[in-house]
Design a protein around this ligand. Sequence first.
Ligand code: 2PG
Ligand code: MG
Length: 435
Amino acid sequence: MSLTLQNLRALEILDSRGRPTLAVEAWLSDGTRASAQVPSGASTGTHEAHERRDGSPRFDGKGVRDVARDVAAIFLPALQNLPAEDQRALDARLIEIDGTPNKSRYGANATLGISCAVARAVSVARREPLFRTLSTGTPVLPVPMINILSGGLHAGGNLEFQDFLIVPHGFSTMADALEAAVRIHSTAGDILRRSGYTLTGVADEGGWGPLLPSNEEALFLLTIAIGEAGYLPGEQVSIALDVAATHFYKDGKYHLESEGRELTSSQMVDLLARWCASFPVISIEDGLAEDDWDGWAELTERLQAIQLVGDDLFTTNVTRLREGFKRKTANAVLVKMNQIGTLTETLDVCALAREIGYSAVVSARSGETEDSFLADLAVASGAGQIKIGSITRSERLAKYNRLLELEAWEELTFPGYTGPTRASQLMTDEETVDD
Ligand code: 2PG
Ligand code: MG
């Protein structure tokens, strides 16, 4: 018998930064109950769907009790008795109930919580792993992009560039790739201590947040850490950057305050090109700001062999991704469920990326919960890459450990890195550039 949605309730809980977020529980007609928790970003893009907050004095305006109330008061009456297994129809109804282009009425945190809770309840009712319920094609284990050094809004503004990550692509299993990440994270900590850089615990995503003299120093240290941990930089383990450039772009310039200089878009492209030639960088996310389309076009033209990922640029939005494709901008998309607010729209972005030949990286937010939903989503989407943060802090480990379970118990394959590799990149490194 087909399953229908019978009840919904929501609760204000806390995320990994101690800020309020939403948990939603869905009840189905067979008695199944399951819940999902909603993530929350800090370096958010302007074009993201709306994350609704109460604005009352509680939690300095960040409470979500009104959002939770409306899940039961507004959404439940409109969704009760609808088929639970038709995710597309359910999500279409959520979009319709909100009725605004960016879910600003009831909040993308509400719609996403409901969307995920119902999907999980269906998987529990069917007694199948969540990734099978979500799956639209061939499920694969994604290659992780793992944060080792943090800057920007995730580490108190020590540096401007936000994430210095590793891509352990030279391994045949997820378990081996994660072991390499653990070694490199701990080696990087040793190097930072040895070098006298201030270390006071870890940043929002579990990477180190050291006070370094320049952004480039972070790249240098990370490359050393890969080698010192016993791996071949560029062959087994490469580097990915999330520049998050939107957040230091003002009045047409990129402000590298820690280095006391300002760069134009072209100078930023020069800088990134030089780094790609000097360090084993294979992927750059948000190398330029969210609406710097001309700069992005230049970046894409110049660094064709690098995976250029649009996060704030695309905000998991098919309209913006189509626009990017039309303008020959970027060659990959970051996929964050709460940037758009339903599972269907999230998976549609993955499908469009496949269609236009862009790679896709399914990503967590800097504010996360212990929910491992993202791991199953990444596997189900067939995206082939995932970005969760570092290998410390349990809101990150919940996802990595779920991937380990899926590798061991569901016998999923780990097919390898889906973006351009270092080998192809070296062939275009000939150009000499100055920053
Ligand atoms: C990003 C994410 C995750 P936030 O910029 O890619 O690292 O950060 O969730 O703060 O937007
Ligand atoms: Mg980003």
